[in-house]
Write a protein that binds this ligand. Sequence first.
Ligand code: UT7
Length: 317
Amino acid sequence: MYSKIVGTGSYLPEKIVTNQDLEKMMDTTDEWITTRTGIKRRHVASETDTTANLATRAARRAMEAGNVQPEQIDMVIVATATSDDAFPSTASRVQHQLGLRHVVAFDVSAACAGFNHGLSIADQYIKTGFAKMILVIGCEMLTRAVDWTDRSTCVLFGDGAGAVLLGASETPGLLSTHLHCDGSQHHILYAPNTVVQKNADSPFVKMEGKEVFRHAVTRLGELVDETLSANNLTQTDIDWLIPHQANIRIIQAMAKKLNMSMEKVIVTLDDQGNTSAASIPLALDIAVRDGRVKRGDLVLLESFGGGLVWGSALIRY
Ligand code: UT7
């Protein structure tokens, strides 16, 4: 048995904060943000939004797209670094909001690479026959997790959610997943849980941007090679690259590595900023809905984040 994506959905909050808006709030410029990152604006959740609500909206759209009824879903996996509660999981709230049966629901903590981790886990459950239909969601409210007086991080992030339904299939859809972690670099990108870590000075995202950038380009390059070689493929076989959306320069480096024109890369960074675990399912849903990614296309998903963690998934969509 294989797993295949049967439906995608996404949700972005209505409120948009542009680089020009940020210029009025802090010592930054549209020029700096655009040239260093590729970001022009980001969506920001309302006061009343919760991470679970964003996730549920994206999930409903995926269910509509795949024509999947609540009773068909066997499991909910939510990838998030910004869960509403320390416990229980965001997945448990989503399970309830969607009116699902008492099926397994849990969160995955793998920062910006969380969605690929969720896909990989879901794939194992489907291959073993434990589940036939799994909802995998990436959702974040990173704008609540940044220090709005720290211009080096707060300009980077946005809020949103993306979801896929992964279903059992006779033909291969999810061809392979590849996940890695280097815990020795934990300190270059993290957000302390200040309830537990009493000595931490703040709960906000801390990042040594240049170091993270350097590791990202190296590790993602290796990951692309690993994924192609595991599937006996070459660069030209890939139809679409859907990278985690952290920095346009990292994305361009991966396109170059794959010898791929930027037209074959799904970029949402300009409109959404870095939405962490949500960025890949958001980009996938947008590209499916606007007709770029079609059934049968070979799609490479790759992501990198705090941990450090990095992961890929190769999909015959
Ligand atoms: O999603 C998880 C993975 N995350 C990533 O992959 C992020 C990887 N890193 C990056 O994307 C980049 O390192 C950043 C976009 C975060 C930063 O770009 P950079 O080219 O590495 O800049 P920098 O941090 O070295 O800062 C350069 C200068 C500094 O000024 P000085 O010390 O050279 O005078 C910063 O203070 O830019 C300054 N700066 C800013 N200036 C205007 C930092 N943030 C801002 C800002 N506006 N918002």
